[in-house]
Design a protein around this ligand. Structure first.
Ligand code: ARG
Length: 501
């Protein structure tokens, strides 16, 4: 006799290799807590609706609680033979409470709605954690900004020296990006937070279930309106994955900057020993391995997104077993992003910015050229195009003479040949990167005043996100607590209909 819970129609067990090919326990065991919570809520609802008796409920809950406890102390060993976590928990209840009781747990439920309920509950938590981590990393960047409001550094376009900026400006740019990343994860969280339980296999059920009750007990924001959609769709997986992939693209940008800024040639930063590694042969080496791996693993997270999108392409409506392949890419992405955020934060908290080198490069290679051109426009009433031409010509000359913007005499001389007279002192002031960054006053620009304003705004936005996440965590904990309280009351022998929900 086959031993699976669905063995009625079968005369043979699944072949061993087919079992290992089809099992998902190795992936979904992680959702056991959610599976038990979902089962408690479902059973309470069934009894409340008179679909099972108080006696049935009591026995089911008693064994669900045992399952939870035994799993935690390693006494409930999940079996691959049972295919997935859902079958393992149900079998445990049936074996414990007897089929006449435990066998009723799966009334008005299918693994199709069960698996997406568990997954949504599980993903919720993970997405909150990721958002908290991005907030922490953003705070690290804000701290860098706070202490470097006036530290000049070279700003680049095309990876070529462009204009001086401040280190605070660079740091707050990441915060600006991360705030959008948080919003993207928050949005995906909202799509995850709908209750599919009660959709059953695909069509809903003839049993008089109360889906709003399980929605409340599981702390979902709303009931997933359409049952066929609920069991068929996996955009609640691809949406967070897409937010994670985009976030990794930003972490990878950061990693790339850390890698080349720490080279001997750039020497803008010194990575802490604790986030670098040595070479087995070259004794002098200090390699930015952590940053390189963050950059490298971005590829894996993109791969996860492409994997789920490709899996979903062409799957017809309804549950199809292909859908079981939804969790590995998301799990992998969640684990990778969490780990990457953790090391990136550590790396940014310990990195040293080489201010002298930043200052040197901020003023080198004619980075103040735009400011000089602007000066001609403002003070000498030259049109911007003409001014661009004059300054371009000046730079061409200086380069041919192997001079740069520190040769004020030469600059003065060449400019006067173009009919522009700028006194030595003015030039010295104008071309100093510290003064250049000070002068960029437009909103959202690099001047300390503008950066401070942005930093304050970002800080208050982060605070709001923190408040929202805290509230959400409290809501989840209180729904979990509510379910547990009902379980405890039922186990004390109280009739479920008498309980306040
Ligand atoms: N392990 C399955 C999954 O992850 C659970 C749902 C199975 N449903 C089914 N009809 N075979 O998708």
């Amino acid at each position: 006799m086959p031993k699976t819970l669905w063995s009625g129609r079968f005369q043979k067990d699944l072949a061993k290799n087919a079992l290992f090919y089809t099992e998902s326990l190795s992936v979904d065991a992680e959702m056991i807590e959610e599976d038990i919570w979902g089962s408690c809520a479902h059973a309470i609802m069934l009894a409340r609706q008179g679909i099972i008796t108080d006696d049935d409920l009591q026995r089911i809950l008693e064994w669900l609680m045992k399952a939870q406890k035994d799993y935690k102390r390693g006494k409930f060993i999940l079996k691959t033979d049972l295919e997935d976590v859902h079958m393992n928990v149900e079998k445990y209840i049936i074996d414990g409470a007897g089929s006449e009781y435990g066998g009723k747990l799966h009334t008005a439920r299918s693994r199709n709605d069960q698996v997406v309920t568990d997954a949504r509950l599980y993903i919720r938590n993970r997405l909150l954690t990721i958002q908290e981590q991005v907030i922490e990393l953003s705070k690290t960047f804000l701290a860098i900004a706070d202490s470097h409001l006036t530290t000049p550094m070279p700003g680049y376009t095309h990876t070529q020296d462009a204009q001086p900026i401040t280190l605070a400006y660079w740091a707050t740019a990441y915060v600006s990006i991360f705030l959008r990343d948080i919003e993207r994860v928050e949005h995906s969280y909202r799509l995850v937070n709908t209750n599919p339980l009660g959709s059953c296999a695909l069509a809903g059920t003839t049993f008089p279930i109360d889906r709003r009750l399980t929605t409340k007990l599981l702390g979902f924001n709303s009931m997933h309106a359409h049952s066929l959609d609920a069991i068929s769709s996996r955009d609640f997986i691809s949406e967070p994955l897409s937010a994670l992939a985009i976030h990794m693209s930003h972490l990878s940008k950061l990693a790339e900057e850390l890698v080349y800024w720490s080279t001997y040639e750039f020497n803008l930063i010194t990575l802490d020993d604790s986030y670098t590694a040595g070479s087995s042969i070259m004794p002098q080496k200090k390699n930015p391995c952590v940053a390189e791996l963050a950059r490298g693993r971005t590829g894996a997270v993109y791969g996860d997104l492409v994997q789920i999108l490709t899996t979903l392409k062409g799957i017809p409506m309804g549950y199809n077993r292909d859908l079981q392949e939804d969790k590995p890419p998301l799990w992998n992405a969640l684990n990778t992003v969490e780990a990457t955020l953790s090391v990136m934060n550590g790396m940014m908290q310990t990195v040293t910015f080489n201010e002298a080198r930043m200052m040197e490069l901020a003023g080198a290679n004619f980075t103040a050229a735009t400011e000089l051109a602007n000066y001609l426009v403002w003070e000498k009433k030259v049109s911007f195009r003409d001014s661009h031409h004059i300054v371009g010509g000046l730079i061409l000359k200086l380069i041919s003479e192997k001079k740069d913007f520190s040769s004020f005499d030469d600059i003065e001389k060449h400019l006067s040949k173009s009919g522009v007279n700028i006194p030595f002192d003015v030039l010295r002031h104008l071309l100093d990167p510290r003064n250049v960054v000070e002068a960029y006053r437009s909103e959202g620009s690099t001047s300390p005043t503008a950066v401070k304003k942005m930093a304050d705004d970002f800080r208050s936005k982060l605070k709001k996100h923190e408040g929202r996440i805290k509230k959400e965590r409290l809501h989840i904990a209180s729904s979990r607590g509510k379910t547990q309280k009902l379980v405890d009351q039922v186990l004390l022998g109280k009739p479920v209909k008498s309980l306040r929900i």
